[in-house]
Design a protein around this ligand. Structure first.
Ligand code: B1M
Length: 210
């Protein structure tokens, strides 16, 4: 990892909020690829998660890490966005019911918009009927669900069932992503794909709409 990228990761891992945005800016000024900077931020967040699991960080530290990620993203996002939006198709995106993590979902939204999708972002803790309503109202061709909490994976199944009951399941492809998701979970929940990161999410939706 380059020195500037390492600085980004360390600033986030050490919760040095004053250093995060400047570190991202320095990396950009140095010509680092924005997607690599993004990956360094994700590495920093993963390290924070590990420290939380070990009992070295507490909930307040997770909140700080979330703030730090947002500050870094504010600097980075304009460099991820390419321009033309809404050409390829409409994707309804949300974090599932019971889960309020939104950083990864927001990243996926930004990347999809910049890749030319119309993204209908429903936010976090979204019940299945809201997803159904949004798919219908926007004639969406795909749904993206973000889920980070293992106890909330059942919310994925609730969305699948609700779309089936509404007679919409055949019209939409569904992808899931987020820290606690696996291919085994995707298969079990009856969704069409699993995206491990925002870049893979774009590949998946490109496949859905091709
Ligand atoms: Co929470 N949290 N958290 N947290 N948090 C995790 C997820 C956890 C793994 C930490 C840990 O214990 N190691 C753990 C979950 C364990 C589990 O169930 N497996 C956990 C827990 C337990 C909790 C609480 C229950 C803590 C508590 O209250 N005791 C609580 C839950 C609240 C709730 O949701 N109801 C909670 C709260 C919070 C904060 C609010 C403090 C904060 C969130 C702030 C926010 O989002 N605005 C927070 C944070 C920051 C984290 C960690 C540290 C970081 C998450 C993150 O933003 N990662 C996280 C640890 C970790 O994930 N290692 C943790 C960076 C982000 C870029 O990655 O979201 O994975 P990610 O998204 C990636 C990919 O996954 C993928 O693309 C993204 C970009 O590459 N992707 C998709 C994501 N969604 C996709 C959708 C797609 C495709 C790809 O659609 C097709």
């Amino acid at each position: 990892m380059g020195e500037q990228l390492d600085k980004v990761k360390v600033a986030l891992t050490e919760l040095d909020l004053d250093a995060i945005a400047p570190a991202v800016k320095e990396a950009l000024d140095d010509g680092e690829d924005p997607t690599l900077i993004l990956a360094s931020m994700a590495d920093g967040m993963a390290a924070v998660g590990e420290l939380f699991e070990k009992g070295e960080y507490f909930l307040a530290d997770l909140v700080l890490a979330g703030e730090g990620m947002k500050e870094g993203l504010e600097v980075l996002e304009p460099h991820l966005e390419a321009g033309t939006t809404g050409q390829k198709g409409t994707v309804v995106l949300c974090t599932v019911k019971g889960d309020i993590h939104d950083i990864g979902k927001n990243l996926v939204a930004t990347m999809l918009s910049s890749a030319g999708y119309n993204v209908v972002d429903l936010g976090t803790d979204v019940p299945e009927d809201k997803v159904v309503d949004a798919v219908r109202a926007n004639q969406a061709g795909a749904v993206g669900l973000s889920v980070l909490l293992t106890p909330m994976v059942g919310s994925i199944g609730d969305v699948v069932s609700a779309l089936e009951e509404a007679g919409l399941r055949d019209q939409v492809k569904i992808a899931i992503g987020g820290a606690c998701t696996t291919q085994e979970l995707a298969d079990r929940m009856g969704v069409d794909a699993l995206g491990r990161d925002a870049v893979e999410a774009i590949r998946i939706f490109d496949g859905f709409f091709s």
